[in-house]
Design a protein around this ligand. Structure first.
Ligand code: PLP
Length: 450
């Protein structure tokens, strides 16, 4: 496969963009090698600048649930763009998108639109602190909520102690308001609340974590989050930026049904454009400016083109689309399991609705420590074999394999055909050369996504 066009672009990029990329995972540090520069995409396919075609299992990390350049979404975007790009005053699309979201997720009364998932979680956190008058927040190791200072925190040595910064540039003061706990551990949660309950403004959790690979809540865990936060007067923030409108019409909430105080959304609801949201009952949301004292704003919030794309995407997410996601996901996951088993590669596939990931270890993954115990080198060999055969997986062992309704039978077959060779590569360790090109540096924490 010729990749000289991508390689040249990466060299140019490195001069003017740190690491050559605008979001770290794209740099392939988790798998070695150098990324492909995409020139165009349609349906389930990406085409790179050298003319290579790939079945896409990144789907822009979730948003392209209907496939790339979906005709109805494209028409909505063209139509909106022809009427102007941004007004800085209210417009109807914002109302229609908010109505669509509120209609799908039953506990929601109001949402505020923002431009990224990071902004949504950052704003939800501020609202929770403003509402409760408390400052501490609980998050779970391995859950990613965007690059918010307070949420880029790693667990301290003791379970119920305040955290340490997980990134340079995050002040201790920001991380010290964060308690990081192991996921799926109700005892640790209870212990943290017993010690610090009167200071905790909120627990933020991925509705069903997908950023350490798919690690669904064990039965009763989300309900325990709900019960304990209620008992101590803290808010529960369910981060559905990844799961929202993907796991079901109403996201993970639609499957599990535990009602949080605040939701955050992004990815699918922007249809590939910068649109995200946070929301909850009016009684909490009314604390936001201009009605209330919690300030939050955005020049491009509710952008008319982005909201048009989001609205067309959500309206396109019909029952048939969700049924197709199920079929496609299971076909791919079954194929992967069969190929890996045949090659003798340890693996575990985990699910949240139709969202799945493949761990390269043979035991159930219940938390971040379990996820990190997988064989990331085997994944790297697997990844590069798939890429060479025209299937673009996410370039990290800690990611969902994202599918869309545009993955037709031909695209699925191309994936199935590539799996046996990739599984053998994973087993044999004969593709290591890919891992030492590039700078040879691997990320200290390769699970930090996007
Ligand atoms: C992607 C993601 C975010 C961050 O969204 P951005 O739009 O990248 O800022 C937050 N939370 C979760 C669960 C995500 O998957």
């Amino acid at each position: 496969m010729i990749t000289s066009g991508s390689d040249d672009l990466m060299q140019r990029a490195r001069r003017v963009i740190p690491g050559g990329v605008n979001s770290p995972v794209r740099a392939f540090r988790g798998v070695g090698g150098s990324p492909r520069f995409i020139a165009s995409a349609s349906g389930p396919y990406l085409r790179d600048v050298d003319g290579n075609e790939y079945v896409d299992l990144i789907c822009s990390w979730g948003p392209m649930i209907l496939g790339h350049a979906h005709p109805q979404v494209e028409a909505a975007v063209r139509d909106a763009a022809a009427k102007g790009f941004s007004f800085g005053t209210p417009s109807e699309n914002e109302v229609a998108l908010a109505e669509e979201i509120v209609a799908r997720v039953e506990p929601l009364e109001q949402v505020r639109l923002v431009s990224s998932g990071t902004e949504a979680t950052m704003s939800a956190l501020r609202l929770a602190r403003g509402y409760t008058g408390r400052s501490a927040v609980v998050k779970f190791a391995g859950c990613y909520h965007g690059h918010v200072d307070a949420l880029l925190a790693a667990a301290g040595s003791g379970v119920a102690t305040f955290a340490l910064p997980d990134s340079a540039g995050v002040p201790d003061s920001a991380a010290h308001e964060t308690i990081v706990l192991p996921y799926n551990d109700i005892d640790a949660l209870r212990a943290a609340f017993e010690q610090h309950g009167d200071r905790i403004a909120a627990v933020i959790t991925e509705a069903s974590p997908g950023n350490m690979g798919v690690v669904p809540p064990l039965p009763g865990f989300t309900q325990a989050l709900r019960d304990i936060t209620t008992e101590y007067g803290a808010l529960l923030i369910s981060d559905e930026v990844m799961t929202g409108f993907r796991c079901s019409k109403a996201g993970w909430f639609g499957l599990e049904g535990v009602v949080p105080d605040l939701f955050t959304f992004g990815k699918v609801m922007g249809g590939g454009f910068p649109a995200a949201a946070f929301g909850g009952p009016a009684q909490i949301m009314e604390r936001l400016a201009p009605d209330g004292p919690v300030y939050q704003a955005g020049t491009l919030s509710g952008n008319p083109v982005a909201t048009a794309a989001g609205l067309a995407t959500l309206r396109g997410c019909t029952d048939e689309v969700y049924a197709r996601l199920e079929v496609v996901s299971h076909a791919i996951a079954d194929g992967a399991a069969n190929a890996l088993s045949a090659a003798g590669v340890p693996h575990t596939i985990q699910w949240a609705g139709s969202m799945f990931s493949v761990f390269f270890r043979d035991e159930e993954v219940r938390n971040y420590d379990d996820a990190r115990a997988q064989d990331t080198e085997a994944f790297g060999r697997f990844f590069h074999s798939m890429l060479e055969q025209g299937v673009h997986l996410p370039p990290s062992a800690f990611e969902v394999w994202f599918v869309g309704a545009a993955h037709d039978d031909a695209a699925v077959q191309k994936i199935l055909d590539a799996l046996p060779d990739a599984a053998r590569a994973a087993a044999q360790g004969d593709h290591v050369s890919h891992a030492v090109t590039d700078s040879g540096v691997t990320d200290a924490d390769e699970t930090l996504p996007a």
